[in-house]
Write a protein that binds this ligand. Structure first.
Ligand SMILES: O=P(O)(O)O[C@H]1O[C@H](CO)[C@@H](O)[C@H]1O
Length: 291
């Protein structure tokens, strides 16, 4: 009989990874920070860092995308024990949605109390400019409309309930803190609240697809984040997320501009310091919640 995709998502499998990490890391993390494409520099701000390479950890997926180093960085930020994932996994890499999201479950077993999730995304909303940030207030999960879900298969009630709400997936109070933190680091005029849409990739969108996304209310489009947020919400973790707008999506046949991953990484690099400061401020303002 062929294995269910959930075989790689079950408790025994994930516990093996968690046990290994516990044996290597002096302090259990309270907060997980997932770094989007090129955003690995967010981990530079972590104090007393301890690095584990993904290839050392049993059952952990491997990063295959440029701009995703493939390392876990443990340490503290504003006295909060954190772990930063320098490198996330995407469905287009060939991983199942279960595999893409196993790190969330592993970190939940290690005791995290919340998730900060980041990504590089294309600006679908015409008002968004390259270099802006969008605090994620909601998402459109096109995978789910097609019946693809990381939680398809037997439910493990020790992680969460079979059926669970997503209408407040992106914590409203944390979003307000994010807004305040953005203003404090000088991003007030470059900060939006919006809806993230997931596209499978690996190609960027066609003009017709961008026009469709504009119609259905997507503000920024990327190829990640949604699966991780689903699994985080399933196990009860509050989520704060932001997209960094690396390119304006092309919605006209007259426009010869083409999105390009190397360029996207350069754009992130240019704003890296402000984004780091944003995360530092956010953790500073919310530290009591995680300890
Ligand atoms: O979502 P992150 O991992 O930031 O990466 C984004 O950047 C890549 C495309 O340039 C895609 O993987 C897209 O999802």
């Amino acid at each position: 009989m062929s294995a269910l995709p959930t075989d790689e998502f079950n408790r025994g499998f994930i516990e093996e990874s968690a046990r290994f990490i516990r044996s290597q890391v002096p302090v259990a993390p309270k907060l997980l920070i997932i770094c989007g494409s090129g955003l690995g520099g967010l981990a530079d701000t972590i104090e007393k860092p301890v690095t584990l390479s993904y290839d050392e950890i049993p059952n952990f997926p491997q990063s295959t995308v440029p701009g995703h180093a493939g390392e876990l960085i443990f340490g503290t930020l504003s006295n909060v024990p954190v772990v930063c994932m320098k490198g996330r996994f995407h469905y287009y890499e060939g991983y199942s949605l279960q595999k893409v999201t196993t790190p969330i479950r592993i970190m939940q077993l290690l005791g995290i109390k919340g998730l900060i999730i980041t990504n590089a995304a294309g600006g679908v909303n015409k008002a968004y400019q390259v270099g802006d940030i969008m605090l994620i207030k909601d998402h459109l999960n096109f995978f789910a409309f097609g019946g693809q879900h990381p939680l398809r298969g037997p439910n493990d009630p020790q992680f969460g309930a079979r059926f669970f709400p997503m209408n407040r997936a992106y914590d409203r109070a944390l979003l307000e803190v994010g807004k305040r933190a953005a203003a404090e680091v000088g991003l007030a005029n470059h900060c939006h609240e919006g809806v993230y849409g997931i596209y499978s990739g690996p190609n960027y969108e066609t003009v017709a697809e961008i026009k469709y996304l504009q119609l259905v209310g997507v503000d920024a489009i990327g190829m990640s984040t949604v699966p991780e947020v689903l699994v985080a919400k399933h196990c009860g973790l509050p989520v704060f997320g932001f997209s960094f707008i690396t390119n304006k999506c092309v919605d006209s046949y007259e426009d010869a501009e083409e999105p390009n991953h190397a360029h996207i990484l350069d754009v992130v690099q240019a704003k890296a310091k402000k984004l780091k400061n944003l995360v530092i401020k956010f953790v500073e303002h919310t530290s009591d919640q995680w300890l």
